[in-house]
Ligand binder design. Structure first.
Ligand code: AMP
Length: 372
């Protein structure tokens, strides 16, 4: 998941679908446990925001229940206003019933207080409040909240029913307001020997970006006989991928070393789907994102030739033995090539013909870099 833009604002991933699901399972269990065994509660959702939460909540609730909605509006833009407007109320008789209010998020508590006061006059048996999210720092009311899914800080959120000027309600997870991304981050992609290193070297100067080649960082560590180098060596010598955890931690450290960069050209990373997911997460925590994956497309036969040729001078042991080279392609085809789909699904994949002179290919790449 990466940063999204709604109207004029940017939002970064905050609470995943999985986490929301866990929170809801836990809430419904607690609510059920506190009711009499055959009691039929009336769940009342506060529209608009809570329709998604209410739908998931009642499906997770094990037992008979009734469902209703009330509508109040207290939001305009990204800040709560003190004025609560219209109420489209409940008409049924709720005398002696247990009413459980479902809220998506409680911040100042102004809306909630209003609704609570209305229900208080209805001779209920009990009135309880469930909220998916709660902002303890801004809550101004005395009213106790019976069930809280998750406490969050006071930053504007969207998704999972919550909107920013009506957009974002349909997002399946929750996003938090962030600043506009400042970096240009590009994944330079392609099979071994496609020319990523050569092109990255040229493009990093042209676009004032930092070039991170995970292969180079590993080779540097091997040369200096660091712990990381010793660990990576046995995988690299065979043409196998170095384990994800090691590679991801190393990459994060390289990015941190260049915190002021205008952006990065990632060369040789990500090479697996978990690396791609980790990269998205890592960047979005910083309010940054991958602007695009630019791929050099070159037929495999040509690549083997190129690698063997490079092996004569590069000093790279993984470039001299054809079976090691074949294994690197095998790793590429089974673990890395699928990343095309990953970035294509985000609308972020740009394929470039990687056959031709170095200059021609730089020109082709630059055309894409300019648009990112
Ligand atoms: P390269 O210089 O990009 O061709 O990488 C050379 C070798 O370094 C690969 O064959 C792997 O053994 C290792 N390596 C480089 N980048 C990664 C990565 N992202 N994940 C796992 N292994 C990597």
């Amino acid at each position: 998941m990466s940063i999204i833009k709604l109207h004029d604002l940017y939002f970064k991933p905050f609470i995943s679908e999985k986490e929301i699901d866990r929170i809801i399972q836990s809430l419904t269990k607690q609510v059920k446990a506190d009711l009499y065994p055959n009691e039929v509660p009336v769940f009342v959702g506060i529209l608009n925001g809570c329709f998604v939460f209410a739908a998931d909540f009642i499906r997770s609730y094990k037992g008979d229940c009734e469902v209703s909605f009330v509508k109040l509006a207290s939001y305009s833009g990204t800040t709560s206003t003190e004025k609560v407007k219209n109420l489209i109320g409940i008409n049924e008789d709720l005398t002696n019933r247990t009413v459980i209010i479902l809220e998506d998020v409680i911040d100042t508590g102004v809306t909630l207080q209003e609704i609570y006061t209305i229900f208080k006059d209805k001779k209920l048996k009990a009135l309880k409040i469930v909220t998916l999210f709660f902002k303890p720092d801004v809550y101004k009311k005395e009213l106790p909240i019976n069930y809280i899914g998750k406490n969050i800080d006071d930053r504007f959120i969207v998704g999972y029913g919550l909107d920013y000027n009506e957009l974002g309600r349909n997002l399946p997870s929750v996003y938090q307001l962030t600043t506009q991304p400042k970096m240009k981050n590009i994944v330079l992609f392609g099979p071994p020997g496609a020319g990523k290193g050569t092109q990255a070297d040229l493009l990093k100067d042209k676009y004032n970006l930092v070039h991170i080649s995970t292969g180079d960082v590993f080779r540097f560590n091997i040369k200096n006989e660091t712990e990381l180098g010793l660990l990576a060596k046995k995988f690299m010598d065979e043409g196998d991928l170095v384990p994800d955890e090691v590679t991801i931690n190393m990459l994060k450290a390289e990015v941190e070393k260049n915190a002021d960069a205008n952006g990065f050209i990632f060369d040789g990373f990500p090479r697996t789907e978990s690396q791609a997911i980790a990269l998205d997460e890592f960047l979005s925590e910083k309010g940054e994102q991958i602007n695009g994956m630019v791929a050099l497309e070159v037929p495999e036969d040509l690549l083997v030739e190129r690698l063997l040729e490079r092996g004569k001078t590069s000093g790279r042991t993984d470039d001299t033995d054809e079976s090691k080279i074949r294994n690197r392609f095998n790793e590429y085809n089974t673990k890395t090539a699928i990343l095309k789909d990953f970035y294509q699904a985000q609308g972020n994949y740009y394929g470039i013909n990687g056959v031709g002179s170095i200059e021609d290919i730089t020109t082709r790449l630059s055309k894409v870099f300019d648009t990112l």
